[in-house]
Design a protein around this ligand. Structure first.
Ligand code: 5RP
Length: 231
């Protein structure tokens, strides 16, 4: 489920500020979504001007955009570490260093890339900021485990909704061939504890809680100004 409140000016400002951190020789994780796309386009322009980087895509979408703008790509399956990863978020609780991701259903690969990164840079417009996380948490689920995971989410206090596709009948199928449950837990008072609980459910491929992972958050506003915070 996407948060669509932010403006393009704010997203562009955040994306471009984070992209400016990439330097020659870096392997760069390329996130998914409309904010990360600004970073990818900016990196593509800098590659055309001579910047020597290689990208690692987190989704079909980011791979296609990186190819379009001319960023050389490595395969995620060949990469054990990246220098920096740049990615968006659906909600950011700065004081807790906690994110909800997965509005684009790409959070499984996004988490692999973020966890492989020496520096994980989050890019967001200011509509994404919250004191506590309350955005529904996307959970990628093995199709055969759907009923089991729905029950486990309810047992954990959540209300799961199978994510429907918009221009296809039936559910969203992720790039990994799985389903997504958007799980409403209300206000998440202990993100780390909920993250551990969800990770322990058999059939959960990955959930969209990213706790303690961000090294810096770039927050853009409508005037194109950016605030960099290290949570
Ligand atoms: O987690 C994600 C995709 O799985 C995106 O980074 C998140 O949904 C934010 O997207 P946008 O920048 O378009 O608001």
């Amino acid at each position: 489920m996407k948060n669509t409140a932010g403006t393009e000016a704010a997203k562009r400002a955040a994306g471009e500020a984070a992209a400016a951190e990439a330097t020659d020789g870096d392997v760069v994780g390329l996130g998914t979504g409309s904010t990360a796309a600004h970073a990818i386009r900016d990196l593509g322009e800098r590659v055309a001007e001579g910047l020597d980087i290689e990208g690692v895509a987190t989704s079909y979408q980011s791979r296609a955009l990186a190819r379009e703008v001319g960023i050389p790509l490595l395969s995620l399956s060949d990469v054990a570490r990246v220098d920096l990863a740049i990615d968006g978020a659906d909600q950011v609780a700065l004081d807790e260093n906690a994110l909800v991701k997965g509005g684009g259903a790409a959070h499984a690969r996004e988490k692999v890339v973020a966890s492989a990164a020496d520096e994980f840079l989050v890019v967001a417009d200011d509509s994404k900021l919250a004191d506590r996380l309350e955005h529904p948490v996307p959970v990628e689920v093995l199709p055969d485990a759907l009923a089991r995971v729905e029950r486990a989410v309810r047992d954990a206090g959540g209300d799961p909704t199978l994510r429907d596709a918009e221009r296809k009948d039936g559910p969203v199928i992720t790039d990994n061939g799985n389903l997504v449950l958007d799980c409403d837990f209300g206000t998440v008072s202990e993100p780390a504890s909920l993250a551990r609980e969800l990770s322990g459910v058999a059939g959960v491929v990955e959930h969209g809680l990213f706790v303690g992972m961000a090294d810096a958050v770039f927050v853009g506003d409508d005037d194109g100004d950016v605030r960099r915070t290290e949570p």
